[in-house]
Write a protein that binds this ligand. Structure first.
Ligand SMILES: [Zn+2]
Ligand SMILES: [Zn+2]
Ligand SMILES: [Zn+2]
Length: 217
């Protein structure tokens, strides 16, 4: 039963561009390994693409090659309503000063590749700089996630004494709380393994918000 909690949480971390693995020595946790900026520690999104020419990020839009109007990628029609017969919807760079928008020759190349951010285009790169501070340097850091589920454990101190040998600084214990049959989450970030206590409040109603917060630390 405990495994189910760990597994579903691990999948949620994988969906957030982190590597996850389960230690094979029976510890009740999984390890999260993520790429971070080595200056400001911001999570480095490896799935993000940037424009090769200007570094602008991919906002997942289609742009009309003639009138410049933007459409979301879910737009089914794939044509622009401007009526220009040359108009193509391409995954363009949104920066108006980008050479792919200002230089006719480069624009033509980009349009022929279906836009800078087309999956097969050669005009984008995975993120080269931190989106927050611009640093080009990143590193992998890792920490463990334990889960305390109040429905499955008798009491917190008993749980802690069971996992204590595996807990180290900067690990997290995610706490699932079912007060009044409403599932809420919070977490404890380990500074020291002495005098650990359950959170007083449970701030997170979804796993997504919880993970966002953990990855922003
Ligand atoms: Zn660009
Ligand atoms: Zn148009
Ligand atoms: Zn940074």
């Amino acid at each position: 039963m405990k495994k189910t909690d760990l597994r579903s949480m691990a999948y949620a971390f994988i969906a957030n561009e982190t590597n996850v693995y389960f230690p094979d020595n029976g510890q009740e946790c999984f390890v999260v390994e993520r790429l971070s900026c080595n200056k400001c520690n911001t999570h480095w999104h490896t799935a993000l693409l940037e424009c090769y020419f200007c570094g602008e990020l991919n906002y997942y839009l289609y742009q009309c090659s003639e009138c410049g109007k933007n459409y979301s990628l879910t737009n089914a029609s794939k044509t622009c309503n401007c009526g220009n017969s040359n108009a193509k919807l391409v995954k363009a760079c949104v920066n108006p000063k980008c050479p792919t928008n200002t230089n006719e020759k480069i624009k033509e190349i980009a349009t022929n590749e279906k836009g800078v951010f087309d999956l097969e285009a050669s005009l984008n790169l995975s993120l080269m700089y931190c989106i927050k501070c611009g640093s080009p340097y990143n590193y992998y850091n890792s920490f463990k996630i334990f889960i305390y589920n109040d429905l499955k454990e008798k009491n917190f101190q008993e749980y802690i004494s069971r996992i204590k040998k595996d807990l180290v600084k900067n690990d997290f214990i995610v706490v699932k709380n079912h007060k009044n049959s409403v599932l809420k989450y919070d977490f404890i970030r380990i500074k020291t393994t002495q005098n650990l206590e359950l959170p007083k409040k449970y701030k997170f109603e979804s796993v997504e918000n919880l993970i966002d917060e953990i990855l922003s630390i």
